[in-house]
Design a protein around this ligand. Structure first.
Ligand code: PSU
Ligand code: MN
Length: 304
């Protein structure tokens, strides 16, 4: 086990026994979703992982300690978010040295989960290239480029420049695999018109691709994207107009840096009403369930 990361005993035992473990991020809980839906999201994601026969591991920095797995009272603190910072990969040493509570983004979560020996991770949407500020690119992309992990998501968030994000993933050598789709999903929408080269129809195929990737010693993540559940998908034009409006509000308010993503997510939630929250919770649960299935496949193979 990693000398610096605190891995909860249940998770450590599962990893030692080559049982399926799925890592989950905490920034979506502490910054990405409003209270009280963040609590529902945590419950539904963990529930989906467990129903899938895997162990859920929420990553965070707990009072300066990088953690894989949270105790109940710790999760509570993150859900209530008092004094909880957003921690991306580069923020990890500061949060540790200053003893802070930090909710980890995809980037920071990949770093912690991978160091603990976990190979499968689920989230809603990854960060990427921002619209009208192409040099504002989430550290999620850089971390995906050098962390071997199967990352299950609904693509990148709708607030981003999706064609540019897809191009960057190509440049960085991150394979993007559509799960039962030939198109990059638009987070709240099934389609974006952006075609994907590769598709898998079941978890076993995904596990096989990751094995091939690792057999070559490749160190990138394998990004698995699946559309949101059909009954929750939103209308593309409605999402686009909400994102445009959110963008102009962010410009007006001079939002910069790490605050951009939480600001835009909150604005889009407000502008699209409850429907986007319902979609967000449903897709988080769906991604956690698929991740558990993939983790189980990877382990079956590893043990046989
Ligand atoms: N996607 C969501 N909600 C979120 C995020 C992504 O639907 O809250 C978070 C994730 O933690 C992601 C982060 O890693 O936003 C990206 O932030 P930034 O653009 O500052 O790297
Ligand atoms: Mn940024």
């Amino acid at each position: 086990m990693h000398p610096t990361i605190r891995v909860l005993p249940r998770i450590a035992a599962a990893l030692r026994a080559h049982k399926p473990v799925v890592a989950l991020e905490s920034s979506v809980l502490a910054q990405g979703l409003p209270i009280p839906q963040n609590r529902e999201a945590a419950g539904r994601m963990v529930g989906a992982v467990e129903r899938g026969g895997a162990v859920a591991a929420i990553t965070a920095v707990v009072a300066g300690t990088p953690a894989v797995g949270l105790e109940g009272d710790e999760l509570e603190r993150f859900l209530m978010r008092d004094g909880v910072r957003k921690v991306s990969a580069r923020d990890l040493p500061f949060a540790m040295a200053k003893g802070l509570d930090g909710a980890t983004t995809v980037a920071a979560s990949l770093a912690l989960a991978s160091a603990a020996g976990i190979e499968v991770f689920a989230t809603g949407g990854i960060g990427g290239v921002h619209r009208d500020a192409p040099f504002d690119e989430s550290a999620d992309l850089a971390e995906l480029a050098h962390t071997p992990m199967i990352v299950v998501c609904t693509g990148a968030k709708s607030i981003l420049d999706l064609p540019a994000t897809l191009e960057r993933l190509e440049t960085l050598g991150v394979p993007v695999l559509g799960y039962r789709t030939d198109e990059l999903p638009g987070f709240f929408t099934a389609g974006t018109g952006l075609g994907l080269e590769y598709r898998a129809n079941d978890a076993a195929e995904i596990a096989a691709m990751f094995r091939a990737h690792r057999a070559l010693g490749r160190t990138q993540s394998l990004l698995v994207v699946q559309p949101p559940p059909a009954e929750f998908a939103l209308d593309r034009a409605a999402v686009e107009s909400a994102v445009d409006e959110a963008q102009s509000e962010a410009r007006r308010d001079g939002i910069r840096g790490a605050a951009v993503t939480p600001y835009l997510l909150a604005a889009v939630t407000r502008l699209t009403g409850g429907s986007s929250l319902d979609a967000n919770l449903a897709l988080l649960e769906q991604n956690a369930a698929l991740a558990a299935e993939i983790a189980t496949m990877c382990c079956e193979r590893a043990r046989s």
